[in-house]
Design a binder for this molecule. Sequence first.
Ligand code: ARG
Length: 590
Amino acid sequence: MKKILDLITEELQNVLKDCGYDPQYGKVGISNRPDLCEYQCNGAMAAAKIYKKAPIMIAKEVTEKLQEKEMFEEISAVMPGFINIKINKAFLADYLNQMRKEEDFGCEKEENPKTIIVDYGGANVAKPLHVGHLRSAIIGESVKRIMKFFGNRVIGDVHLGDWGLQMGLIIEEVKNRKPELPYFKENETIDFSKEEPPFTISELEEIYPTASEKSKKDEKFKERAHQATYRLQNGDPAYTALWQMIMKVSKEDLKKNYDNLQVEFDLWKGESDAQPYIPSMIEDMVERKIAYESQGALVVDVTQEEDSKEIPPCLIKKSDGASLYATSDLATIVQREQDYQPNHYIYLADKRQELHFTQVFRVARKASLVSSDCKMDFLGFGTMNGKDGKPFKTREGGVMRLEYLIKEIYEAVCKKMEENPSIQKEHIEETAKIIGLAAIKYGDLSNQASKDYIFDIERFSSFEGNTGPYILYTIVRIKSILNKYVENGGDLEKANKIQPAYTKSEKDLMLVISKLSEVLESSYQEIAPHRICQYLYELAENFNSFYHNVVILKEEEEEKKYSWITLLKLTKEVLETCIDLLGFQAPERM
Ligand code: ARG
């Protein structure tokens, strides 16, 4: 279904053409003076320069020809040459009725669906999930859903950090604590397959920070941890078996955490899965002289002429033979190319990793790991700060664990709900979880991803203002009106036609609904979930003004009442579709 802006633009373009002007000047946009008009076209100003005429002349010529058009309620030329437009109410109502009939409200899908890998989550095994990983999970999940909505084949991969020094640190610390374990017996062939994990998740989560602290003070311990890492990475059977235990315990816990966030991955791969692809990849890069030796290490030059700042060579193998973060990412590309041949890669990570991804993308292209038309995007996100403007911490000043953060929001929401006497106690727990999740996700997604933002529990969990709970509240309000309508004997099936708006606020609401596909498309093109948040807020605000202006259920005129109920249904469906793209749902009551 055509976008409403395109339909209006077409009308103007046809007239421009008839009058002998280039139709490109007919582009219509949403008005930035909503007090004067709904849409506007500023093309006459640019056309005036080409055709050596006063802009107002051109604007008048166009508007005069369009006076009779049914599409417009009002179209006028104003100085110095603006074309101001108000759309016809019946036309707008028809447009909405059409939206209701079409799948996904008539949003046009990708003509050539792509295979897209979204690399997000990025948790590090055996290290607790902290708020830094929260953003990756939240934004990535939304990006994945938006890409899918447009008809692409999208594969979300958690890409665990499961192969680094942290593994050696953990192994070494476990060895200190439990040297009697079979993994540390030398010169024996043991069948590890029947072993149970020698630690619980809480132990594991304590082991890593302890070991990490120790390695900072104790050089010998650090050296042993490096050796353990080396042994693991070279396939030592005992250490591999122990590593699998770490993976098992840690993954179970991560799954639980991501489940709570309603973040779902199609793939649970990690850096370790890419390791088998490294040797041949490096060999090939050396053979083709893409990688060369520099001070014993292997590097790839990635500078490009247009660079304004220097991009250092990408290190793919250290002088001691160890591979690096970039090597893992490159080998992962080799693996993904083999398994999925993606047309587009989207990576989510802290924006401080920008240089890393610039290097990786450039090497991938230079070495033709990906085809030349493959898109590679890095979506770097900013830091989540506390109210003091510093990275978010616990009240005691420690690193904030995700679980605690979720708990804090949950408690804030519970408190609000307990103030509401109409809500039954037994619903509070379940509902507060749903609202809490919306508060966290919306609070994050409503900011442009690359910006730092302040995580403000009070504000995010408020039921008023530009917040997740406010959006949910609006949906719940509509649900409750629709329920009452049915309880009073109303038939939802009969409410199936939107009439031309009866009131101003109703038309405003309809105008907002009508631009849904534009908004979704821009969030898709720009990979920008915050566009959807802006829209949701505008839609909710407009709905609430409409709602406060009319008495829906007591309306006597049947056609009017049906029309309003239909408009409510449509508003609710649009809101629900949008929040689903952000990765959360609305409760039944709140
Ligand atoms: N594990 C990494 C971290 O915690 C994030 C991984 C991002 N994805 C990637 N393909 N490098 O910083």
